[in-house]
Design a protein. Structure first.
Length: 113
C-alpha cells in the first residue's frame, strides 16, 4: 500500500504544476493586469511569463512567490486555483470546490492599486 501512495505523489505534483500556469493567468486577468506589467513587477521576462501561463515551463518557488506578491495574492491561492483546474487524483470534489470558491472570493476582494 505504501508503494501506491508514493507512486501517486509525483502524479499529484505533476497535475498541479500543469495547472499553475492557468491559475497565474486567471489571477492576472481577474486583477486586470497585463502580462507586461506582471512580468515587470515579478522581475521576469514577458516571454517567460507567457511560457508559464501556457504550461510550457514550471516556475521555481522563488518565481512563483514573486508572481504572487505582484498579484497581491498568497501563493496558496494560486495552488488552490490550480488544484481546482484539474482532477487531483481523488481529492474530494467538494473540498476542491470549496477551496476554489474561497480562492476566488479572495481574488474578488478589493486590493490596493
Amino acid at each position: 500500500m505504501q508503494q501506491s501512495q508514493d507512486a501517486a505523489g509525483p502524479i499529484l505534483i505533476q497535475g498541479l504544476l500543469m495547472n499553475i500556469g492557468q491559475a497565474i493567468k486567471l489571477c492576472r486577468t481577474r486583477r486586470g493586469i497585463s502580462q507586461t506589467d506582471l512580468a515587470h513587477k515579478a522581475e521576469c521576462s514577458v516571454s517567460y511569463l507567457s511560457m508559464l501561463e501556457n504550461n510550457k515551463r514550471d516556475p521555481t518557488l522563488s518565481t512563483l512567490t514573486k508572481i504572487a506578491t505582484a498579484l497581491k495574492v498568497p501563493v496558496s491561492i494560486i495552488f488552490f486555483i490550480a488544484a481546482e483546474a484539474g482532477d487531483l487524483n481523488g481529492m474530494d470534489k467538494g473540498l476542491q470546490g470549496e477551496l476554489a470558491r474561497t480562492a476566488l472570493e479572495l481574488l474578488n476582494e478589493p486590493h490596493p492599486a
